[in-house]
Every structure is written in structure tokens, then in C-alpha cells.
Design a protein around this ligand. Structure first.
Ligand code: AKB
Length: 316
């Protein structure tokens, strides 16, 4: 049976680029994009698209049956900053959408699931530097609590029901083609837009807040690689630590200044500072590298060159 994919949350920051890449690999007709609304015209017009509510089990089951779906990528979620403003809905969306796809796999209706976790599973009591795969995990955000609980459920469904679910703890993701939505790491995307438009940026985090980050190209490559890996290479069924680079607002601003000398950054920390302070500064991802051959390509320097080049081109 050939691979037939359903992406739930295809119009979001990761979903947009994932849809594009999976369509290139598996063929446009074999990748059904879906979201709560037609939020991204490129995703909607570039292949099959369905409007779907990730909280409605019957809708998901219907799509799975009609399109004979084998693999589901569940990208719908409320991120850290937005989740703090609406905790009850964040918990509902982040947990129940996961239960829906896990239960479809348990019932044998789909074969494989990708579900994203996050560095938000760690908390203020976690060692901050080189944070290990297995360490103290006491998340203090609604988003982090939902991701940690989700990881436990993924492992449980694998161990008890044999569900093939694969997951990555994404760091902050940076992309030029799709805007982020409601995260604490979003400043690292906004800063490039503002640097080009205004040559200045007011950062909502303090100057020395160091966080783990990754360019979207690497995040998509990792997502595809973990899903293509033979099942026996996947040894962690909760979620894998994943890393590429770590930097502070001061460091990213200095890198941008190399290309835009007049660029200036100022700081006005808001409620997101507390969230950022509760997360690791750097991540040890040796399990992902050893088990399924993860390797990143982009560092702060190469990412900055690529971001500025692409943003300049689309603004022309
Ligand atoms: C966020 O900032 O909420 C996300 C994440 C680290 O999961 N980018």
C-alpha cells in the first residue's frame, strides 16, 4: 500500500513548508492538506485541501477513510504565548487532537503518526545548558504541560497498543516563507523582517536570553528523516531532543548588523520573558544523531544570510 498523507494544521508555520516538501516527495495528490480555515492560499491552491476541525474525531476519521490515509502529521496546536492567554482551549486542542489520531492508529485505521513536541517540555528546574534527553521535566507553561503529557501518551500508545508514533522536541523555528504563530521564540523571525523594513527592532525578551533555535529547512529535513527511518531505528517513543544552534538577542542582532550596519536593537521584555527563562539554553540531541542519523546544516551565520536573501527577494 502506498503512502497517503493527511497534514492537520497545514496552514501553520511548520505545516506550510511541510506540505510543500511532502508533496515533492510523495506527489501532490498523495498529500491532503487540512486546516480549520483556508488560512494560506499557497497551501490551499497547490493540491488537495480540506477544511477540518482537529477537535472533531468524526471529521478526521471521515477524511482518513475517504482518502485512504496511511500517515497523519498532526501540526495543529496552540503555542506557548497564545496558550498562556487561553489555557483551557490550549489544553483541549493540544491534547484531544492527539488522542483522536492516536485512537485512529490504535483502531488500525492509520499506520504512522508524526506529532511535534517542544523544548517547552522542560522547565525552570531542568539543567539549562546541554539539556539531556532524560532529565528533570517540570514545565511551567500550559503549552509545556500539554506537550509533556502528550509525550507520555505517545509512549503509552506505542508500548501498550503498538502505535507507530514519532516525535521531535522542536526548538524555536525560524523561516522566511511562513510567519510564526504565538510562540516565545518568534522574536527571532520578527527581527529579520524589521531589520529589513525599519533597520530597528524592539525585542520582547532581554538581551542575554539564550534559547535553542533551528532554521526551518533543518526542521523539515528532520521531520521527514524521522518519518522515513526504519521502525527499529526509533528507540525513543516519547519524543527526541533536537538541536542546531543557540543564541541570544544580542548575538542575532550582531549577525544581522554584519549585513545591515545601521540596524539597532532595543529591549522591552514582556510576559514572554518568564516563559523563555523557564526553558533550556542549549540541547543535547545525541540520541537523534545516533539513532536515525540526524544532522543539522544551518548555523546562525548561514541562516542569517539565507533569511536576508530570501526576504529581500520576496519584498522586491
Ligand atoms: C514557542 O515558542 O512556543 C515554540 C516552541 C519552542 O515550541 N516555538
Amino acid at each position: 500500500m502506498s503512502t497517503k498523507i493527511l497534514i492537520i494544521g497545514a496552514c501553520g508555520q511548520i505545516g506550510t513548508e511541510l506540505t510543500h516538501s511532502l508533496r515533492e516527495i510523495h506527489g501532490t495528490e498523495n498529500v491532503i492538506a487540512s486546516d480549520i480555515r483556508k488560512l494560506n492560499i499557497d497551501v490551499v491552491n497547490s493540491g488537495p485541501f480540506e477544511v477540518i476541525n482537529a477537535l472533531d474525531f468524526n471529521q478526521i476519521e471521515h477524511l482518513v477513510e475517504v482518502h485512504q490515509i496511511t500517515d497523519v502529521y498532526l501540526m495543529a496546536a496552540l503555542l506557548s504565548a497564545t496558550a498562556e492567554k487561553n489555557p483551557a482551549f490550549a489544553w483541549d486542542l493540544n491534547m484531544n487532537s492527539l488522542f483522536h489520531v492516536l485512537n485512529l492508529a490504535k483502531a488500525g485505521k492509520i499506520k504512522k503518526i508524526f506529532w511535534p513536541s517542544s523544548i517547552a517540555v522542560f522547565g525552570p528546574t531542568t539543567p539549562k545548558e546541554n539539556t539531556q534527553q532524560y532529565t528533570i521535566m517540570e514545565p511551567s507553561t500550559v503549552y509545556g504541560i500539554s506537550k509533556q503529557a502528550g509525550e507520555r501518551w505517545c509512549e503509552y500508545y506505542h508500548n501498550i497498543f503498538g502505535v507507530d508514533v514519532r516525535s521531535i522536541r522542536y526548538p524555536g523555528l525560524i523561516s522566511w516563507s511562513s510567519p510564526p504563530g504565538g510562540g516565545t521564540t518568534d522574536y527571532a523571525v520578527d527581527i529579520y523582517h524589521k531589520a529589513l523594513a525599519d533597520q530597528s527592532y524592539e525585542c520582547f525578551l532581554s538581551s542575554e536570553t539564550k534559547m535553542p533555535m533551528m532554521y526551518m529547512d533543518d526542521a523539515i529535513a528532520a521531520t521527514i528523516k524521522i518519518m522515513q527511518a526504519p521502525a527499529e531505528q526509533i528507540k525513543i517513543h516519547s519524543s527526541y531532543n533536537l538541536a542546531a544552534m543557540s543564541f541570544t538577542p544580542t548575538e542575532i542582532a550582531a549577525e544581522i548588523k554584519k549585513h545591515i550596519p545601521e540596524f539597532e536593537i532595543t529591549y522591552k521584555p514582556d510576559f514572554r520573558q518568564k516563559i523563555a527563562d523557564s526553558w533550556p539554553a542549549s540541547i543535547d540531541d545525541s540520541n537523534a544523531r545516533a539513532d536515525w542519523g540526524w544532522k543539522h546544516k544551518f548555523d546562525l551565520e548561514s541562516m542569517t544570510i539565507d533569511m536576508l536573501k530570501n526576504l529581500t527577494t520576496i519584498n522586491e
